[in-house]
Design a protein around this ligand. Structure first.
Ligand code: RUQ
Ligand code: CUA
Length: 633
């Protein structure tokens, strides 16, 4: 079942060598050495039975115990929320089937749902900056007491510095905040145990304010860490730091929040950014930051209190600094906190190790570097780490195209740089970015499934031209004796980054809308109305049901602005209607008991068939009305 051929990996490595070696500061010979070391590890492991495989690849075991088959008509055990990258959406998969169940548009415009077409969603997108796209990376689901509570998912827009909230009753985006002072919101994560804040980790350093001053003074640029209130989606405060930040994850006790980063050099070009061997993991002390805000120790920039968390800030000189800077090799990328809250683990990216930070020790040590208690050598290009709740960590190796399983306590016992904590490696196809295990971000991961989100798919699917899908691979991790087992490939449209996997019992989606939850008034049959509310403005309120709209025809004048509000009065689940008006760019969907509104200009006289776009019954094609636009007289 498991396929771990090496053919294409070699090709992938060839490319990555070109892609990454200059940054790694390794020459070709060093790279070959690293490759040879990995080979040796495999061979040795074969002897000791550590990596017990029968096909001699030395790259991960197969237990044959995984049961990922979900027969037709049966439901999956987990929801997986995957980000869609620059597609701007969230995809909902069932696990372990990997069936894609739904897409939730977030920063994009999406015609199946009419998202970005109806008034409410277009106003929300407009108020959040008016951009037509976004780059979703890190979907994180809200928690209470360190477990998923089914309220919301949050996701960042790496492109335009925004954070969005998805309501998990309706699986729809209900709020977006354009984060002031932040360009490129990269990491996104909740402050636990109870989702006190959603954190947007600012990546790009920019002048503050970015209003044309300091165009040529990169020394004065900064990036900020933003705390967003999950209920109001307002930015409560920010912290200015040195260097570019990257990913983030919160401790489970509400005190420390960790971000990785690169470019502590403060450079502008690639070579300037990769000069030093170490960058910084930053540990944000949430209560100390709140106290500084409370005490008025901040500068207000664009109406947000910004606390100075740079290394030379007075707020960092006392016994309770707002940010501790932990030197970490080299441009560390992913960071995640272990389920027991003992450690934050940061992956080296341009260094073959991960750094294990003892969270409790952070409170005691004067020099934050003393809180580093482990640094296992994992392989080339470690990016992200997930957990099974049995003491193992799983880290993606971008350059090696592998997932490495390692023992966290063994890494704390071992010497820094030791390979001993490595338990097993499995090939993935190819070049994984993130990986995620079921409920890995909670205090109690399920420990059965893991998805490796691979950037390249190359030969794994029928060729479709130069643009390839990504490859999301399902790996069974529930059998420590038998080893990891690769179970499935799933092609994915560009480009999933991170994911969260939530047990189905922890989410309770609604079957139809509750009109009480909506701002727009419900129009029942018999309540429909057409009203001229101004000289050039007509307001229509109508219902829709199988197989008709509230009016067989509606007459307006050329040049009128028409506000059309439509309620789907069906109470039967799954019966969707929409209102489409040709040549007016009108396309709104109404799920059962939902009311949706669209405003448009009737600027061309003529006859327009308003029709329903969802195949709702045998008489679906007949579900249409006329919009009659009379010429100006
Ligand atoms: S990042 S491939 Cu946007 Cu999460 Cu690491
Ligand atoms: Cu309603 Cu088709």
């Amino acid at each position: 079942m498991t396929d771990t051929t090496h053919t294409e990996t070699d090709d992938a490595q060839g490319r990555d060598e070109e892609m990454l070696l200059p940054q790694l500061g390794l020459d070709r010979r060093d790279f070959m050495k690293a490759g040879a070391a990995a080979g040796t590890l495999g061979a040795m492991a074969g002897c000791t039975g550590l990596l017990d495989r029968d096909d001699g690849t030395g790259a991960g075991g197969a237990s044959g115990n995984a049961d990922a088959h979900v027969p037709p008509g049966e439901l999956d055990e987990y929801y997986a929320f995957l980000s869609g990258g620059h597609s701007g959406d969230i995809r909902v998969l069932g696990l372990p089937s990997m069936r894609e169940i739904m897409r939730i548009p977030v920063f994009n415009h999406e015609s199946a749902r009419g998202y970005g077409y109806d008034d409410e969603s277009s106003e929300m997108l407009e108020e959040a900056g008016g951009y037509t796209w976004g780059d979703t990376h890190h979907p994180r689901v809200s928690q209470t007491d360190n477990d998923y509570d089914g309220r919301w998912a949050f996701v960042n827009d790496k492109a335009n510095g925004r954070m969005a909230r998805i309501n998990l009753k309706y699986f729809e985006t209900d709020a977006i905040v354009d984060i002031p002072n932040q360009q490129g919101t990269h990491g996104a994560c909740c402050v636990l145990p109870d989702t006190k804040y959603v954190i947007g980790v600012g990546e790009f350093r920019v002048p503050l304010e970015n209003d044309g001053r300091s165009l040529d003074a990169p020394d004065e640029y900064g990036s900020v860490f933003a705390a967003i209130n999950p209920e109001t989606m307002n930015v409560e405060w920010e912290v200015l730091v040195d260097g570019n930040m990257d990913n983030g994850d919160g401790g489970k006790e509400g005190k420390w929040f960790f971000t990785t980063g690169y470019n502590s050099e403060g450079g502008v070009t690639e070579s300037e950014m990769t000069q030093s061997d170490r960058d910084m993991v930053k540990a944000f002390n949430i209560p100390a930051i709140e106290a500084a805000v409370e005490a008025g120790d901040y500068e207000e920039i664009n109406e947000v209190p910004v606390v100075d968390g740079r290394q030379d800030s007075p707020l960092n000189s006392g016994s309770d600094p707002v940010v501790k800077y932990i030197p970490t090799p080299k441009s560390p990328h992913g960071v995640s906190v272990t389920p027991d809250n003992n450690y934050a683990i940061a992956s080296g990216k341009l260094d073959p190790t991960a750094t294990v930070i003892d969270i409790a020790a952070l409170d005691e040590v004067d020099d934050p570097e003393e809180a580093v208690v482990g640094r296992p050598r994992l392989g080339m290009g470690p990016l992200h780490t997930a957990y099974d709740g049995r003491g193992h960590a799983y880290t993606t190796l971008f350059i090696d195209s592998q997932v490495v399983k390692w023992d966290i306590e063994a890494a704390v016992e071992a010497d820094l740089g030791s390979e001993d904590p490595v338990v097993e490696k499995i090939d993935v196809h190819y070049n994984p970015g993130h990986l995620i295990a079921s409920e890995s971000y909670t205090a109690d991961p399920a420990g059965d499934w893991l998805i490796s989100l691979n950037k390249l798919s190359k030969d794994r699917f029928l060729p479709v031209g130069p643009m390839h899908p990504e490859n999301d691979q399902l790996i069974y991790i529930g059998d420590d004796e038998g080893g990891m087992e690769l179970v499935k490939d799933k092609p994915s449209y560009a480009e999933p980054h991170d994911a969260s996997i939530v047990h189905r019992d922890k989410i309770e989606p609604a079957k139809t809308y509750d009109p009480e939850d909506l701002d727009l008034e419900h129009t029942a049959a018999g309540e429909e109305s057409v009203e001229r509310v101004a000289d050039d403005r007509v307001e229509v309120k109508m219902y829709s049901m199988r197989n008709e709209f509230g009016f067989p025809d509606i007459t307006v004048q050329e040049g009128d602005t028409v506000e059309m509000q439509v309620t789907n009065i069906e109470t039967t689940s799954d019966i969707l209607h929409s209102l489409v008006i040709p040549e007016h760019d009108v396309n709104i969907k109404m799920a059962p008991q939902e009311t949706t509104k669209v405003t448009f200009e009737a600027d061309e006289p003529g006859v327009y068939w308003m029709y329903c776009g969802f195949f709702c019954s045998a008489l679906h094609l007949e579900m249409r009305s006329q919009l009659l636009v009379e010429p100006e007289g």
